[in-house]
Design a protein around this ligand. Structure first.
Ligand SMILES: O=C(O)C(=O)C[C@]1(C(=O)O)C=C[C@@H](O)C=C1
Length: 379
């Protein structure tokens, strides 16, 4: 394990994927092919497992990336065939849920982790058999109470499972509550993580924007349904990157891991810098004298001092030149935009930021954009 992990959490390796240390992970369900008797191969009907049949691989994000890991719930008696089929296009971390104990040998041969629900946890004989496979166990909560969930996790560890990851999957399995909207219990997931020291995955359900809240609540990973599309994957990845950069402690142990952690922080910085530039542009428009001519050095000194209270390592004297560059970039952008607007007969002209996003063509809405929709009337 290349880093020390989240405080108090015991990381678990699922194949090559560390869970509970480093960034939160994104796992996505793989489609299970329909059984020949239920529907022809490649049909779009829904098999008993609830997965969409007929897809050959996991959805990709627009940039071509897959999820970090794939999970599968093959129909009874089809585990070997389904796992072999998925292994043909996916050699990364693979998690599988057995429909019956007869599926266990196939899982032991092909999967990196067992996904087990409350029914297994309630049967001591099954716990013993599953623990003896020496695969990590992802223990779905289903509708279990916190105490029962944690007790079951302890039972799998005692039976020999080399690691246990909890999965709050209430959104996938439980029927919707009084609100009519099914969703994960983030408070319960957080309590389970604190109490047990085990990594916790959370299924954010049908609303991709819950991914950000899920990471903010401290989840070590997102558990996406097989139906999750590229935009859902992108929203999940954005939440992991941006929200994780703000709240998730990392202690990387290699240059590569440290650079990846820096990339996530830079991604969050970029979103915030863009947002700040828009707001600073609004101030230039509203002030009696905007732009460089209306510069207010006392206000700049005070904002640097306030920032230094949150960034004591950097301190005022290091933050001051950074913020000077940030503020001047914003003023240049505001003046450029004002000139463009004037040249455009008073109509708002596309400035740099807009041009860039237009050039990129269609861009899906990110988690951070959804959290903090930018003001539409920027300068
Ligand atoms: O607060 C203002 O008056 C601004 O114009 C905004 C801003 C900034 O970017 O934060 C920019 C220039 C000023 O010198 C001070 C602050």
């Amino acid at each position: 394990m290349s880093s020390t992990g989240q405080q108090g959490t015991r990381p678990v390796a699922i194949g090559s994927l560390p869970v509970g240390t480093g960034p939160a992970v994104v796992l996505r369900g793989a489609s299970a092919a329909a059984t020949p008797s239920a529907a022809p191969e490649r049909s779009a009907s829904r098999p008993a497992s609830g997965a969409v049949a007929g897809q050959d691989g996991p959805a990709r994000e627009p940039d071509g990336k897959h999820a970090d890991g794939v999970w599968l719930r093959p129909p009874a008696g089809r585990a070997a065939a389904e796992l072999t089929r998925v292994r043909a296009w996916w050699d990364g971390p693979l998690l599988a849920e057995p429909a019956t104990p007869d599926d266990l040998p196939a899982l032991a041969a092909h999967a990196d982790a067992l996904v087990l629900g409350p029914a297994w946890a309630g049967d001591p004989a099954l716990v013993t058999v599953a623990g003896a496979l020496a695969l990590p166990v992802v223990l779905a909560r289903g509708a279990a109470a916190l105490e029962d969930w944690l007790r079951a996790a302890g039972a799998f560890a005692a039976a020999g499972a080399p690691g246990v990851v909890l999965c709050e999957d209430g959104a996938l399995r439980a029927s919707s509550g009084p609100s009519g909207v099914a969703g994960p219990d983030l408070g319960l997931a957080r309590a389970a993580r604190t109490r047990s020291g085990l990594p916790v995955l959370v299924a954010p359900g049908d609303d991709p924007h819950l991914a950000a809240a899920t990471v903010a609540a401290g989840a070590d990973g997102l558990w996406l349904a097989p139906e999750a599309g590229p935009d859902d994957l992108t929203a999940a990845r954005e939440a992991v990157t941006l929200v994780g950069a703000l709240i998730r402690e990392e202690a990387p142990g290699s240059v590569d891991d440290a650079r990846q952690a820096i990339d996530r922080v830079d991604a969050a910085l970029a979103v915030l810098l863009e947002r700040r530039a828009r707001l600073a542009g609004t101030v230039q428009r509203l002030k009696p004298v905007g732009g460089f001519a209306g510069r207010d050095m006392e206000r700049e000194r005070r904002l640097v001092a306030a920032m230094a209270r949150r960034a004591p390592l950097l301190g005022e004297h290091r933050l001051a030149p950074i913020m000077n560059a940030v503020i001047e970039a914003g003023l240049h952008l505001a003046e450029e935009t004002r000139r463009d607007t004037r040249d455009n007969g008073g109509k708002p002209a596309s400035h740099g930021a807009e041009k860039a996003s237009h050039q990129g063509g269609h861009r899906s809405r990110t988690a951070m954009e959804a959290l903090a929709a930018p003001a539409p009337d920027h300068d």
